[in-house]
Design a protein around this ligand. Structure first.
Ligand code: KDG
Ligand code: MG
Length: 404
């Protein structure tokens, strides 16, 4: 079998998604997600200008060899643009291989290790009462675990608190210039324990609660927060520091028993080396889409398993249903699965990407369709072309840029 066509599709059914579609001489097709939120077209160019010409004529069954040749052959290794491009090729090849075998991808990854995949959903509110309503809504949708994010008194816009329209649907601020949010670490550190206190008082001790700091604290501030949250037994504290400095997590880890989750902005296993071997974290959070695909993510999970660290694949709305499908196959197969982040997609996005995976009672299942189980409606995709969009930036009250 040979690859005869490789096409990069960019579509914006409410937000931008980049998809690679490979076609073989036997008529099989494979899809891979290459969406890098806010920098989409860089990956489109990487794929279309530098990768697609190398794929034509290749045997799609050679997944490992193709991965190694794209990773090592570029000489310029790693980085989100490169690894998102490689991920798209990797997942598209796995899709074709599984279709050729007539099996859902998870069967090629060792088969099911569990019946279904547990998830967490996002709850957010401008203040605590609004957050409690949002938690109630996630529970009514069936989520077994909830990430809680709240507005901070004195700050106008905070990560994780999404504007909604009259129907409760999230309003996206896709715009040609980044939205400027504000940040005050002291106000944040004062408020978050009160948020957990209120959520525990309302929903009891058993509900798994997660919180995303989104890279904003210094190690000593993160240690303080971890200690302050201990009485509320969080499921995890996510990205408490900008963890490209792996050293930072040593201090946090020594100071608190609050579990730590890290990795959505990581691209390779090397970003995790000290964090895993020194057992500084509890969950590895990389996305299939930003980590180079199923091939390296599965190796990461095996490495993490030796240290009792579990998987928690990144799954926000900016991972397309193609990336989400690949994640759910991996989740079902790996032994050290922890939890899957899942926000779902809009009905229009789900019409562009029809998928076999299902979400029932707060749990995902990849379905039994051969391959990853996603079909791209190219006509509908073309009707919703790319729109320039940036992620927000954060500034302190004096105007200094802070991590977002
Ligand atoms: O594009 C950025 C998002 O993927 C990120 O902000 C989402 O932190 C995130 C999460 O935990 O889902
Ligand atoms: Mg996060």
């Amino acid at each position: 079998m040979k690859i005869v066509d490789a096409k990069v599709v960019v579509t914006s059914p409410g937000r931008n998604f980049v998809t690679l579609k490979l076609t073989t001489d036997e008529g099989l097709t494979g899809l891979g997600d290459a969406t890098l939120n806010g920098r989409e077209l860089a990956v489109v160019s990487y794929l279309a200008d530098h990768v697609v010409p190398l794929l034509i004529g290749l045997d799609p069954h050679r997944v490992e060899d193709t991965w190694q040749s794209l990773y090592r052959g570029a000489y310029w290794r790693r980085g989100p643009v490169t690894m998102a491009a490689i991920a798209a090729v990797d997942v598209a090849l796995w899709d074709i291989k599984a279709k050729a075998a007539g099996l859902p991808l998870y069967q090629l990854l060792g088969g099911a290790s569990r019946e279904r995949v547990g998830t967490y959903g996002h709850a957010g509110g401008r203040d605590i009462p609004e957050l409690l309503d949002s938690v109630r809504a996630r529970l009514a949708e069936g989520y077994p675990a909830v990430r809680v994010q709240s507005g901070i008194p004195g700050l106008k816009a905070v990560y994780g608190v999404v504007d909604t329209d009259d129907t409760g649907a999230p309003v996206l601020h896709q715009q040609a210039r980044p939205l400027v949010e504000d940040w005050d670490t002291a106000a944040y550190l004062r408020h978050v324990p009160a948020v957990f206190e209120a959520v525990r008082a309302e929903f009891g001790a058993e509900l798994p609660l997660l919180h995303d700091v989104h890279h904003r604290l210094t190690p000593i501030q993160a240690a303080r927060l971890g200690k302050d949250l201990e009485p509320y037994r969080p499921f995890w504290l996510e990205d408490c520091t900008p963890a490209e400095n792996q050293e930072a997590l040593r201090l946090v880890r020594r100071s608190t028993t609050t579990p730590l989750a890290v990795g959505e902005v990581f691209n390779t296993v090397y970003d995790y080396q000290a964090l895993i071997t020194e057992q500084l974290i509890d969950y590895v959070r990389s996305a299939v889409t930003h980590f180079g695909g199923v091939t390296p993510l599965r190796k990461l999970f095996d490495f993490a398993a030796q240290y009792q660290i579990r998987s928690a694949i990144h799954g926000p709305e900016d991972i397309s249903p193609v990336g989400m499908a690949a994640a759910v196959h991996l989740d079902l197969a790996v032994h050290n699965f922890g939890i899957q982040e899942y926000s779902g997609h809009t009905p229009l996005t789900e019409a562009v990407f029809r998928h076999a995976y299902t979400f029932t009672d707060g749990h995902l299942h990849p379905g039994e369709t051969p391959g990853i189980g996603v079909e791209l409606d190219e006509e509908l995709a073309a009707a919703h072309p790319y729109e320039a969009a940036y992620l927000p930036v954060n500034r302190l009250h004096d105007g200094t840029v802070h991590d977002w």
